[in-house]
Design a protein around this ligand. Structure first.
Ligand code: ZN
Length: 161
């Protein structure tokens, strides 16, 4: 297998590049702080004592990194999610507004606007739904695609057919 553009052998299939480039890292930082102080007291006798304490600190940090290379090799996004998110956001806003209505009455146009937003997203969802076969085709194409590590060219090997 080699890149049809620059003939480099440094090629990897897109799903693998995407998987390997999405790195879940867990970093731990450890440290210690040391504090020391003098305590002076006057009791039956006058004395001083040295007090010291050691504190350990440990912090764990989880993060997801995606390399630019993996970003290029990422699968096509599903068109159905944005309108569905829009609908749920509009419905959520409407529920919150109607709950608040007894406290702060809202003008009727806000309700109309929210319904209009839901309708608009519903129409958008229908169009997105019609684009699903195209999305599946692009996803299928993506799963067969390879990416070149040298020039970043994305191609489908002829042998994959
Ligand atoms: Zn190349």
């Amino acid at each position: 297998m080699q890149c049809p553009s620059c003939e480099s052998q440094n090629v990897v299939s897109c799903p693998i590049a995407y998987d390997q480039g999405t790195v879940h890292t867990k970093s731990t930082s450890e440290g210690s702080t040391f504090s020391q102080g003098n305590v002076m007291g006057t009791g039956a006798t006058v004395g001083s004592a040295m007090v010291s304490a050691q504190h350990s600190t440990r912090m764990t940090h989880n993060s997801v990194h995606r390399t630019a290379f993996a970003g290029r090799a990422s699968p096509p996004s599903n068109p159905i999610w944005p309108p569905l998110k829009g609908i749920s956001a509009a419905i959520g806003a409407l529920i919150v507004l109607s709950l608040l209505d007894s406290v702060i009455p809202f003008p009727p146009w806000i309700g109309i606007a929210a319904f209009a937003a839901i309708l608009l997203c519903a129409v958008w969802a229908v169009f997105a739904f019609l684009r699903l076969p195209d999305y599946r085709a692009r996803h299928e194409h993506w799963s067969k695609s390879w990416i070149c590590g040298a020039c970043g060219n994305i191609f489908v090997p002829k042998t994959a057919d």
